[in-house]
Design a protein around this ligand. Structure first.
Ligand SMILES: N[C@@H](CCC(=O)N[C@@H](CS)C(=O)NCC(=O)O)C(=O)O
Length: 223
């Protein structure tokens, strides 16, 4: 399945932090794309025609097979623009610092999704409080690490280096998701909260924002 000519296509709704970080990255890299605002619940079959995994984001390039998994998509975008414009730093200390932040941000988002999944897919009487508590502890542990990094970078415009990069985009998108979907107020993480607020005020973050959509408990997966 290809685009059939025209622009690259990005599939998935912007309330997904994974879709959102890809959209923001495409925009910052000056890569035009068509957006398919498809829900993994409602549009499952349409999405699966492009990626049998049935998960978003899916990026459909003009000249090749669709890509899934936001980390791999972002790596591909960096490859396209080359090291000078890439959103990840080149190998070395900055890249290692970025990878560390990305790991904690990704872990926090995954734990947030597990908490939301328990709420959405299981009847309340079957919720397992120790599991939810464990996920919450893990998510908060990861957010606390991000908060420390944001505090250390408080006098810098960007988390790593002197321009916006994947770490800034991801930390903001994934923290916003935790705040809105779990919901986990970020008050306990003041430096992170301040940095997220600053990013969220930027036009490029506002352009690709959709409020968290709580899916129904009828089996429709999270958007
Ligand atoms: N590791 C994946 C996570 C993507 C993900 O979990 N997407 C969610 C939307 S936020 C999804 O498609 N969920 C539907 C499902 O997995 O069934 C990535 O980074 O792309």
């Amino acid at each position: 399945m290809t685009t059939g000519g025209g622009d690259t296509i990005l599939i998935g709704m912007y309330d997904s932090p994974f879709v959102r970080r890809v959209a923001i990255s495409l925009d910052l890299l000056g890569m035009p794309f068509e957006h398919r605002d498809w829900s993994v619940g409602r549009d499952f079959d349409r999405i699966r025609a492009y990626s049998p995994l049935g998960r978003v984001p899916v990026l459909v390039p003009v000249d090749g097979e669709p890509l899934t998994e936001s980390a791999m998509i972002l790596e591909h975008l960096d490859d396209l623009v080359g090291p000078e414009r890439a959103l990840m730093p080149p190998p070395g200390p900055d890249r290692r610092a970025a990878l560390r932040l990305l790991a904690f941000a990704t872990g926090a988002a995954e734990k947030a999704i597990q908490i939301v999944g328990e709420r959405v897919f299981r009847p309340e009487e079957k919720w397992h409080p120790p599991y939810l508590e464990r996920c919450r502890t893990q998510m908060r542990g990861a957010l606390a690490e991000l908060d420390k990094a944001c505090a250390a970078a408080a006098d810098r415009e960007w988390l790593i280096g002197d321009r916006i990069g994947t770490a800034d985009i991801t930390v903001a998108c994934f923290s916003t998701y935790a705040r809105e979907a779990v919901p986990e107020p970020l008050d306990a993480f003041p430096a992170l909260q301040a940095r997220v607020a600053r990013c969220e005020a930027m036009p490029v973050f506002r352009r690709y924002y959709a409020p968290f959509f709580q899916p129904s408990a009828t089996g429709a997966p999270a958007a």
